[in-house]
Design a protein around this ligand. Structure first.
Ligand code: NIG
Ligand code: FE
Length: 401
């Protein structure tokens, strides 16, 4: 066997799905994982590589995946945060022309460079905590021009930083003021112009919708899904966040990669996810910021063996939080996930929510070598403590960054 480029020895291995019971070794060549084996199957004579890293028992995990963010946006909503502290609800603020629409105004008036420069520290905050894959949605432009502008910024972030960026067109995020009282007209714009333009320029990997009383109906979302699929794009949904409209089941039936938020998801919805292999993405940051009291149906998701992803939902309104580590802690404290379930959510299941399960999110031969080495030997500590343990090494496609 030819010599590996890099070999980590004596690691405590969380491979994205479970934790090995004995010390492990991981070999990487040409950016791919080539071997994962117990140390006892690796005689000293085989512990050779261009570079050997003795982890001394420390924890190696897959590079982290944030499968749901809105981190390109103009302005911020600190004022809205204060209004909510004074008693106004998210819905009330949205209906009065604030909320998402106020970020739309700020995003439309920002240039591509301004959006890029504002988004960079948000992305870097995620990377500093170990993110190697980050999904970024549009959804604050709500015209063809401004949605494409957001997606171009997202693509540029992925080019200019060592991180894999996946882009999602979220044209059906909110009804822009120009289409007041004409939601169907706006959905036509999304279907007939936005999706085709984003697809033609290769700017979107997926299409998302906000299926909710304050956004779009199930039937309108289904129209968006049909057109996205015609253009070969994956589909996702913000569903059952504030009420139960059946949007998750409709998304699942259309073959969605994931449905996200899902506090109000019921058993019929969970069954639909199980049947279609759709991932349930939990977003505890938004739950926390909105002081939501309805917890997603975790027990049902477990019973039907629906994979649960976990993400920041980083956005200026409901989750101005740029920390996957905090999400681990919140998923455990607020939703009662086990630390292991939470970790699967930001690794293997997060990758599945993006359709990248054969590329990243797990440490296995043939997958890309996206890895994090942590200054602890206990995976539970990543969820237990906020701020510590620190990241010792962040590796993307075999290279340390
Ligand atoms: O994921 N639910 C809808 N969209 C975002 C919030 C966007 C905003 O308030 O700016 C979310 O929570
Ligand atoms: Fe979101």
């Amino acid at each position: 066997m030819s010599q590996a480029d890099r070999l980590w020895i004596n690691v405590t291995l969380f491979n994205g799905l479970n934790t090995a019971v004995e010390p492990m070794a991981v070999a990487v060549t040409n950016g791919l994982v080539t071997r994962v084996s117990p140390m006892r199957e690796l005689p000293a004579s085989e512990q050779v590589a261009v570079e050997v890293i003795d982890a001394g028992g420390r924890l190696l995990t897959p590079g982290l995946v944030d499968c749901h963010t809105h981190l390109v946006f103009g302005g911020n909503r600190a004022g809205e945060f204060e209004a909510r502290l004074e008693g106004k609800s998210y819905e009330e603020i949205a209906r009065a022309g604030g909320g998402i629409i106020s970020t739309v105004r700020a995003t439309r008036s920002a240039s591509e460079d301004e959006l890029f420069n504002a988004a960079l520290p948000r992305l870097e905050a995620l990377m500093a905590e170990g993110a190697t894959t980050v999904e970024i949605k549009s959804g604050y432009g709500l015209t063809v021009e401004h949605e494409l502008k957001m997606l171009r910024v997202a693509r540029r972030l992925g080019r200019e930083r060592p991180v894999r960026v996946v882009t999602t067109l979220l044209g059906a995020h909110a009804l822009p003021p120009e289409y007041k009282d004409d939601a169907d007209g706006y959905i036509e714009l999304v279907c007939n112009h936005m999706i085709p333009a984003a697809a033609a320029e290769g700017l979107a990997d997926a299409v998302d919708v906000f299926c909710e009383g304050i956004a779009f109906s199930v039937e309108q979302c289904q129209r968006v899904y049909a057109v996205a699929k015609e253009h070969g794009l994956a589909i996702k949904g913000h569903t059952e966040q504030l009420s139960n409209l059946g949007g998750s089941a409709a998304a699942a039936r259309a073959g969605a990669l994931s449905v996200d938020h899902i506090e109000y998801l019921d058993e019929a919805g969970v069954k639909a996810l199980a049947e279609s292999g759709t991932v349930a993405t939990l977003l505890p940051g938004a739950f926390y910021m909105l002081r939501e009291t309805r917890v997603p149906p975790i027990e049902l998701l477990r019973r039907y063996e629906v994979p649960m992803a976990l993400a920041t939902d980083a956005n200026p309104g409901t989750s101005p939080i740029f920390s996957l580590r905090l999400m681990l802690n919140m998923a455990c404290t607020l939703f009662r996930l086990t630390p292991q379930e939470a970790l699967c959510g930001i690794t293997a299941h997060g990758a599945r929510a993006l359709g990248l399960q054969e590329q990243t999110g797990r440490i296995a031969p043939g997958l890309q070598a996206d890895l994090c080495l942590w200054n602890t030997n206990n995976p539970a500590e990543l969820a237990y403590s906020v701020g510590l343990p620190t990241l010792a090494q962040r590796v993307i496609a075999g290279k340390t960054h």
